[in-house]
Every structure is written in C-alpha cells, then in structure tokens.
Design a protein around this ligand. Structure first.
Ligand SMILES: [Zn+2]
Length: 132
C-alpha cells in the first residue's frame, strides 16, 4: 500500500488501517514532554536501533495521516480540482475550502484560472464575430 493509495480512497476505516500499517517500523508510540512548550506534550515514536530513513519515512507519513484523520476528518483528503491535474492533498486550512494541490506555488490554480479566462475570452470573441 502506498500513501497515494490511501489518499485516493479516503474512507475513514481504510485510512486508519493503512496509516496504522505504515507506522509498523515504530516500537510503539507515546507522549513525551515538549521541550519547546511548557506543560505540553508531543507524540514520540522510537525506531529500532539501526533504522534507516527508509524506515522512518512511512512512519512519518502514517502518523501524519492518522493525525489528519483524527483532527480534521477524512473529508479533508481530496483530489485537486484543476482539470489537468491528478494531484491529491490533505486540506489543513482552517476553513477547509482548499481546491488545488499546490496553491502556494500557484501551479494548479493558475492553470485552471488561465483555462477559464481563455474559455471566457474565446466565448466573448465568438459572440462578437457572429452577432445576432
Ligand atoms: Zn493540482
């Protein structure tokens, strides 16, 4: 199972089972005092001795997905709405109304806006060239 498989099929039980499987390199999880914030805790998931980055990456993804499902809900896992994009994302914005996978880079949103602008412009030209 891949992270993409999980995000593409955002059924809550599927997300939880798949993300939990991704955390299997961890030797359990626990809460520890947060050194940066007094009276706060944070999650810790120790890896076995000799673990590699390849062991840590699925654990990080799995814990991130579990946290997103728990705090935001599975409805925040979405496909990008740009017509030419196959991207997916987890909407972590406060209003939860994000539409594009890379709004910070303006790639997908810009493509969609340019396509809509061209379609409107072509429709306007079409009406002008063929008056009724
Ligand atoms: Zn996109």
């Amino acid at each position: 199972m891949t992270v993409r498989d999980l995000i593409d099929h955002p059924d809550r039980d599927h997300l939880i089972a798949g993300a939990t499987a991704l955390t299997s390199p961890a030797q359990g999880t626990t809460l520890i005092p947060d050194p940066g914030r007094e009276n706060r805790t944070r999650w810790a998931a120790p890896l076995r001795d000799g673990a590699t980055v390849a062991d840590a990456l699925p654990l990080i993804c799995g814990m991130g997905i579990l946290g997103a499902v728990h705090t935001l809900g599975e409805q925040r896992f979405r496909p990008c709405t740009a017509p030419t994009c196959r991207g997916v994302f987890i909407d972590t914005t406060r209003p939860g109304s994000r539409r594009y996978c890379m709004p910070g880079l303006c790639v997908c949103g810009n493509r969609a806006n340019v396509a809509n602008h061209r379609a409107r412009h072509a429709a306007t030209r079409g009406r002008g060239a063929n008056p009724q």
